[in-house]
Design a protein around this ligand. Structure first.
Ligand code: HSE
Length: 436
């Protein structure tokens, strides 16, 4: 059988990894797919990179629209990233009858429904395994491997750059900007690194996972999103003293009120496996009612790791070229007419425990004032640390761990605490998850 012809849009980190693996493992991949897979046409603004990567016998262009319009191409791989022109290219590829593989989480989270509808109309496949957690086959696991389960919750470290920064801060006391620059040089960070450090990249990925886990529409706009920029070295060390690690976590949980969908820094007991996932590695813990807890761990970014997921999708599409489109695996795991309108709840309705750090003046009665405010909201203190007085400022840090409380109540209590004359600045609060 003739090889499947692929058009590759973008020859950056992931494009390079994909081309390298396809060349190196061509024979094994063909044995699995049932026929060869060849990159026939590449769109790149840097044609010299193709020869650096040893890509031969491939047409090159600087115009990606030429590739998606080319009649010889069966499958388009979109590795340009961002919303536009990625969306226009993917829609044009589908309009022209080409299957699509993409690593673009922003695109799927924002425009997935429209893209899937077009693919459905045309009887084509859009595959996006590489969009979440790099090389970890989490979409396949959720969509297929866990199909028997009612997923109760999932929690994941799904931004490698953020995890790399938090790990280096804890292990080596390195400076935030310095570690971010290294992540950029290694090709882990997004083109706009604020997407990594402000939690937007993780929110894109979480909204995809949440839809697949619970059979609800993609709702990136309803994801509560908080990044790691406010996490200080001090918080990392205090958390450690209390037996916790701070991780940037994406959490999606089914509750009676609706679906929690949130990304934010989180204290996790250090005894949990996921608390020990360091560097650029990602991990996702999924709790299903039948299987219990399952944990998926691996490289969340990088050239060949993400290329591995891109090629797994290519192999899936190649195998399915002769399958009736109606009988393929549904994009969001559930049949399109079976998606539910279970609401994604606001962060005020979420219930978690909290780590609270306060800078307090050295005066009698300070603790009593704080505890009476917490008490009025039924918030109890599970652990407490008081650090010694700083002689220069005349203030001391106190750190509290609370029981599981309603976030709205916690916000009300913290607003009152922040207003106390004995408190300097605002309280720092980080959510705590036991993940048990
Ligand atoms: N910027 C992303 C990360 C790349 O650091 O995880 C992989 O999606």
């Amino acid at each position: 059988m003739d090889p499947v012809k692929v058009g590759l849009l973008g020859l950056g980190t992931v494009g390079g990894g994909t081309a390298t693996i396809l060349k190196r493992n061509a024979k094994e991949i063909a044995r699995r797919a049932g026929r060869g897979i060849e990159i026939d046409f590449i769109a790149t603004l840097d044609p010299a990179r193709a020869s650096e990567l040893g890509v031969e016998n491939t047409r090159l262009t600087k115009d990606a629209f030429e590739v998606v319009a080319d009649p010889d191409i069966d499958i388009v791989i979109e590795l340009i990233g961002g919303y536009s022109p990625a969306k226009e290219l993917v829609m044009a590829a589908l309009e022209n009858g080409k299957h699509v593989v993409t690593a673009n989480k922003a695109l799927i989270a924002m425009h997935g429904e429209e893209i899937f509808a077009k693919a459905q109309e045309k009887g084509l496949v859009v595959a996006f395994e590489a969009s979440v957690a790099g090389g970890i086959p989490i979409i396949k696991a959720l969509r297929e491997g866990l199909a028997a389960n009612n997923v109760e919750w999932l929690a994941g470290i799904i931004n490698g750059t953020g995890n790399f920064i938090l790990s280096e801060m804890r292990e080596k006391g390195r400076d935030f900007d310095d570690v971010l620059a290294e992540a950029q040089a290694l090709g882990y960070a997004e083109a706009d690194p604020t997407f990594d450090v402000e939690g937007i990249d993780a929110a894109h990925k979480l909204s995809i996972l949440s839809s697949i886990a619970f059979g609800i529409p993609l709702q990136f706009d309803k994801t509560y999103t908080e990044g790691i920029t406010k996490v200080t070295q001090q918080d990392v060390l205090y958390a450690e003293e209390l037996g916790y690690r701070i991780k940037h976590l994406g959490v999606a949980r089914r509750t009676e009120k609706g679906i929690e969908q949130r990304v934010h820094p989180t204290l996790i007991p250090e005894s949990r496996l996921i608390a020990n996932v360091n560097g650029v590695m990602n991990a996702i813990l999924v709790q299903g009612d039948a299987v219990g807890a399952t944990l998926y761990y691996g490289a969340g970014a990088g050239d060949e790791a993400t290329g591995s997921a891109v090629i797994a999708d290519l192999v899936d599409i190649t195998r399915s070229l002769s399958t009736d489109p109606q009988n393929r695996v549904p994009y969001l795991a559930f049949q399109p007419n079976e998606l539910q309108d279970t609401p994604v709840i606001s962060i005020d309705q979420v219930e978690t425990a909290f780590y609270v750090r306060l800078s307090v003046k050295d005066q009698a009665g300070v603790l009593a004032e704080i505890t009476s405010i917490l008490d009025a909201k039924n918030i109890s203190i599970e652990a407490f640390l008081q650090k010694e007085l700083n002689a220069d400022s005349g203030e001391a840090d106190i750190i509290l761990l609370t029981n599981v409380v309603n976030e709205g109540d916690m916000n009300d209590a913290l607003a009152q605490i922040d207003a106390l004359a004995v408190i300097d600045g605002k309280a720092t609060r980080i959510r705590v998850e036991s993940l048990s």
